[in-house]
Write a protein that binds this ligand. Structure first.
Ligand SMILES: Nc1nc2c(ncn2[C@@H]2O[C@H](COP(=O)(O)OP(=O)(O)O)[C@@H](O)[C@H]2O)c(=O)[nH]1
Ligand SMILES: [Mg+2]
Ligand SMILES: [Zn+2]
Length: 292
């Protein structure tokens, strides 16, 4: 049988098999020797040991479409990052950090701003404009008023999505609202989605609907991943990409150099000042990071 690893705890892997349930599995010694460490998100073949107790053995890890370092999960189709328009006040530096990390790992991200019921249209429009202009799909939502939830649901359908965002923005509320619309396959998984107060320390995947999984991930704000340095940062801002190479100086960092095309676009208003300021902030951070 084929399933997906939804969780790993203390040497056990929990494998969800559509139409059957979640099997508690061990990975046979074979894997340890071959240095293939099964990851959450891996599609695997399992041998059933006990059908009533739902126990099995992982016999094979199927080829991955990708594997992320942060979060450490495999086979991710996209990310959806949730921030609140208000309460808590959106920290765009944190949002841009997340987007940079996802760009660096080649994961498309959709930005969702929740709690539109308690913000003004002006605030919602301003934030949406910054991220649409940068090339991101933006969904403005309110779990409270059931706005944008259908759009989020459509976005998730049939995909494996990293669901991220700071605490208090309404992620659990949103997952619960989505879950109401789905016929959950197993009570266990369904109950887990409802577990609002649990703080996730390890990545865990929730089965939502046929072929639809959501990865609840602990917060990550560090740009410290292997291979990430200040020179690749420009490529992690999608709105910079078409201008790379158009600056006066080759290797322009777009920070203090004259005749910089990126700075010209910021002045002109086609690149947002907020995004550009975060670019400079990350650039300095990466440059000053200790390198060994
Ligand atoms: N006004 C308003 N409050 C919301 C909305 N969505 C969630 N909340 C509230 O925000 C708080 C945090 O929600 P929660 O789902 O636990 O956020 P999480 O930490 O991101 O999982 C709770 O008190 C929710 O009731 C919304 O759309 N509008
Ligand atoms: Mg939560
Ligand atoms: Zn430049």
């Amino acid at each position: 049988m084929t399933g997906k690893i939804i969780k790993g705890i203390a040497g056990f892997y929990y494998v969800h098999v559509e139409g059957h349930g979640v099997y508690e599995c061990k990975a046979k010694g074979v894997f340890r020797n071959k240095s293939i460490k099964p990851l959450v998100g891996d599609n695997v073949e399992i041998d059933i040991i006990d059908e009533t107790e739902l126990k099995g053995n992982i016999s094979k890890v199927l080829p991955r479409i990708n594997d992320l370092i942060r979060p450490a999960v495999a086979n991710v189709d996209q990310a959806l990052v949730v921030f609140a328009l208000k309460d808590p006040t959106p920290n765009l530096n944190l949002l841009d950090r997340f987007l940079v990390m996802m760009e660096f790992q080649n994961i498309q991200t959709v930005v969702c701003f929740n709690k539109s019921d308690i913000s003004t249209d002006e605030e919602a429009n301003k934030l949406s404009a910054i991220y649409s202009q940068a090339g991101y799909k933006v969904i403005v939502a309110s779990v409270e008023r059931d706005e944008g939830i259908e759009a989020v649901k459509n976005q998730l359908q049939g995909k494996t999505t990293v669901f991220a965002g700071p605490s208090g923005v309404g992620k659990s509320s949103m997952l619960n609202a989505l879950a109401l619309d789905y016929k959950m396959e197993t009570g266990e998984v369904s109950k887990k989605i409802g577990r609002g107060k649990h703080t996730t320390r390890h990545s865990e995947i929730f089965y939502i609907d046929k072929g639809t999984y959501v990865i609840d991930t602990p917060g990550f704000t560090s740009l410290d991943v292997p291979g990430m340095d200040e020179r690749v940062l420009e490529e992690c801002f999608p709105e910079f990409i078409s201008s790379i190479g158009k600056c006066k100086f080759t290797g322009c960092a777009h920070v203090s150099e004259p005749d910089c095309e990126i700075k010209r676009l910021v002045k002109e208003g086609s690149i947002s000042v907020e995004r550009y300021d975060n670019y400079k902030n990350f650039y300095e951070e990466l440059k000053n990071r200790k390198k060994y």
